[in-house]
Design a protein around this ligand. Structure first.
Ligand SMILES: Nc1ncnc2c1ncn2[C@@H]1O[C@H](COP(=O)(O)OP(=O)(O)OP(=O)(O)O)[C@@H](O)[C@H]1O
Ligand code: SF4
Ligand SMILES: [Mg+2]
Length: 344
């Protein structure tokens, strides 16, 4: 199943130059001796109704980016413009805490680990109904009705609502997490590795459920994953992150057909390929992922890049739109021909 490429339409979320640095403290006086550059100048947008996937190795800043967007963390710099239901534009990064509550209805999160994100002492009714209560639904009958509707929507039986999370399988728990995230009719759903803890067959069920719900409810997804093969069938566009930065963003098919950044090519070489003509040797990257507390000069990828030249050590590449909607941060993006994994 391939998804149609989205035409540029109305932007729901516009993130510009987002940075989040965590101080590193040492000694009895807890003096700040440096910073972890967890998110380091990230720029992207998500159109209404589309899925943008954010992909990269562990520690590259995916969760920190997601948490800054939802203001679970205060960004160090940058803007996070969100187009609200009321037709206004708000910078989530700068909004006073008191004004965040109404906005939270419109932006919700699904977590990786359905175990730890659900309170074991609460019934499904309490878990899924809690956001309704927090946002002012005092009528318990109405809450129960809405919870029943939500459970049905995610493929669970409403009769289960008096049970506790331990009575359910991991896949069912992820369905509960999705029901809770949808309780308030959000417009943007940030899903942080929602299927990474699941078996492959259950992964497919949850991904299909997410696609169905997107179509039915007109949801917009920011989908976080460390694995390109997971995002291939569900994303309209994919953004690839490396050490706090987005190195490449493109419509899914284009990224898989013709990656333009050497790091994307390396990630791509690990994706299983059904077509034998497209099978190539897996690119094993030399060295370790750079330390975000002490990143290399110039292009952060240069110590591991097979195509690096002198300029790569000296100058930080800027993000350029190489073809429509295909953004790359690499000095050599226009001249390199890199290997993808699908035919056009
Ligand atoms: N609260 C924090 N204090 C200090 N450093 C942090 C904090 N949270 C994250 N980091 C660091 O920021 C970097 C990015 O972390 P983040 O969790 O965003 O990565 P990730 O891409 O989500 O990784 P994973 O795939 O493992 O979930 C890492 O080096 C991490 O150690
Ligand atoms: S800028 Fe240079 S080091 Fe960085 S990815 Fe491009 S070619 Fe490689
Ligand atoms: Mg994470």
């Amino acid at each position: 199943m391939e998804r149609a490429v989205t035409q540029p339409n109305q932007i729901l979320l516009d993130v510009k130059n987002l940075r989040k640095f965590f101080p590193i403290r040492r000694g009895i006086l807890q003096k700040v001796v440096g910073h972890v550059r967890a998110v380091d100048d990230v720029t992207f947008y998500i159109n209404q109704g589309e899925t943008l996937s954010l992909v990269g190795e562990s520690g590259c800043g995916k969760t920190t980016t997601s948490r800054c967007i939802l203001r679970a963390l205060d960004p160090s710099e940058g803007t996070v413009m969100f187009y609200t239901e009321a037709g206004t534009t708000l910078d989530v990064a700068r909004l006073p805490k008191t004004q965040l509550q109404p906005l939270r209805r419109q932006m919700q999160m699904i977590f990786q680990d359905p175990f730890s994100s659900l309170n074991p002492r609460m019934t499904l009714l309490d878990i899924v109904g809690e956001p309704l209560l927090v946002h002012g639904e005092k009528d318990s009958n109405k809450r129960t009705e809405r919870v029943a509707e939500l459970l049905k929507m995610v493929g669970l039986r409403p009769e289960y609502m008096r049970r506790y999370p331990h009575a359910f399988s991991v896949g069912q728990r992820q369905r509960i997490g999705i029901a809770r995230a949808l309780a308030l009719n959000p417009r943007l759903v940030v899903a942080d590795e929602p299927v990474s803890a699941l078996d492959v067959s259950v992964q497919a069920q949850i991904l299909n459920l997410m696609l169905e719900l997107q179509e039915k409810l007109g949801l917009t997804y920011l989908f976080v994953a460390h694995d390109l093969s997971v995002v291939k069938h569900i994303s309209d566009r994919v953004a690839v992150m490396y050490v706090g930065r987005i190195v490449e963003t493109a419509p899914t098919k284009e990224l898989f057909y013709q990656p333009r950044h050497p790091y994307t090519e390396a990630l791509m070489s690990a994706v299983p390929k059904p077509d034998p003509r497209l099978r190539s040797k897996r690119i094993i990257l030399q060295g370790d992922v750079a330390d975000p507390a002490n990143p290399p000069s110039g292009c952060y990828f240069h110590p591991r890049c097979a195509y690096a030249m002198d300029i790569c050590k000296e100058k930080t590449p800027v993000q350029e739109e190489i073809t429509p909607q295909h953004y790359v941060s690499c000095h050599r993006a226009k001249e390199l021909t890199l290997r993808g994994v699908v035919e056009k």
